[in-house]
Design a protein around this ligand. Structure first.
Ligand code: NAI
Length: 313
């Protein structure tokens, strides 16, 4: 591609057309903030039902924004932004004009690689590919694409709930180019986010520090050193954290936490993270086996009953 045609495709290198894969919790949020900030967004998923689910998430969230920003015309505000979002189950079509693809489908290396391998054959040469993975290696996902795409591949890790959480981690593989990195920084800023940068390492910044801390909190309870309530109170009032580790664990999901630490045990074998940080914990395994997954199952370290939560682990 000549510099001139590359510039024309993305309006001076700036991302205008965003395609999001996965219309779940994260994908819907990413599509929403793109549309809210003037990008032309295509949201793609495997079924119409999933797309409908995504649009429902977006509509609900937008009407919350509208009640604050445009209380006299909630519907007008919402429909104006929804006009920036198209949906399709046709992955090839979804990607043909995209400047940027953000993938937020299920956390499976194989499924992500299959998708990107296909998209690589359908997208423009200049299109940037980004994955929202939390726990997989960005490089291993990127390698599903041809050599030509490697400098245009990065991680773009958003946080839940996307419209409310300011942070985005931009993950550079050894092959991600400076142009790609700068374009991602620019578009995340335009989406109202605060980007930080990290190498392609387990957990990037936030989860690398947070997950071992959460696991250590569970070990304290398992040893009988302190109760979940007292540990939460201690970290909230003593460390100034907005939420103690057990409230956060219930929010994130115990199954998700267990899954991440399992994945990292394999990485530990390669020396990417210290093994003792991710040692298995019987109490965590037991709760997951019993279906006590946190807020989503109604019970984790705390029982969720309407407005009140009480400890019953
Ligand atoms: P989710 O389960 O809510 O949504 C996943 C969506 O992907 C579903 O609608 C599913 O139908 C769709 N999907 C599956 N295979 C597909 C394919 N081949 N093509 C298109 N769509 C496909 O999942 P969630 O929570 O939104 O997570 C998505 C990704 O974001 C995962 O990689 C996860 O690790 C990551 N992530 C999740 C966070 C969270 O707090 N939930 C935070 C940051 C990242």
């Amino acid at each position: 591609t000549s510099p001139a045609s590359a510039a024309a495709a993305t309006d001076n290198g700036k991302v205008q057309r965003l395609t999001v894969f996965g219309a779940g919790l994260m994908g819907a949020g990413i599509a929403q903030i793109g549309a809210q900030n003037g990008l032309k967004v295509i949201l793609s998923d495997v079924t119409d039902k999933a797309l409908e689910n995504g649009l429902n998430i977006i509509t609900k969230s937008l009407s919350r924004v509208a009640k604050k920003q445009s209380p006299d015309d909630v519907e007008g505000f919402t429909s104006q932004i929804l006009k920036n979002i198209e949906t399709t189950t046709d992955a090839g079509k979804a990607v043909q004009d995209a400047d940027l693809v953000v993938e937020a489908i299920i956390e499976s290396l194989k499924v992500k690689r299959d998708l990107f391998g296909f998209l690589d054959t359908k997208a423009k040469e200049s299109c940037i590919f980004a994955t929202n993975t939390s726990s997989l290696s960005v490089k291993e996902i990127a390698e599903a694409c041809g050599q030509e795409r490697q400098d245009k591949f990065a991680g773009l890790h958003f946080f839940n709930p996307v419209p409310a959480m300011k942070l985005v981690e931009i993950i550079r593989t050894p092959q991600t180019s400076t142009e790609t990195y700068e374009a991602l920084r620019e578009v995340t800023l335009r989406m109202g986010k605060a980007p930080v940068t990290c190498n392609d390492t387990p957990g990037f910044i936030v989860n690398r520090l947070l997950v071992p801390y959460l696991l250590e909190a569970i070990r304290m309870v398992e040893r009988g050193d302190a109760t979940p309530e007292d540990i939460d109170t201690a970290m909230e009032l003593g460390a100034g954290y907005p939420m103690g580790p057990f409230k956060l664990l219930d929010f994130v999901g115990l199954d998700t936490t267990s899954y991440i630490s399992q994945g990292w045990r394999d990485k530990a074998a390669e020396g990417a993270i210290s093994e003792h940080l991710v040692q298995p914990i019987s109490l965590l395994d037991k709760l997951v086996k019993e279906g006590k997954l946190g807020r989503k199952s109604g019970q984790g370290f705390y029982e969720v009953s309407g407005e009140s939560t009480s400890n019953h682990h």
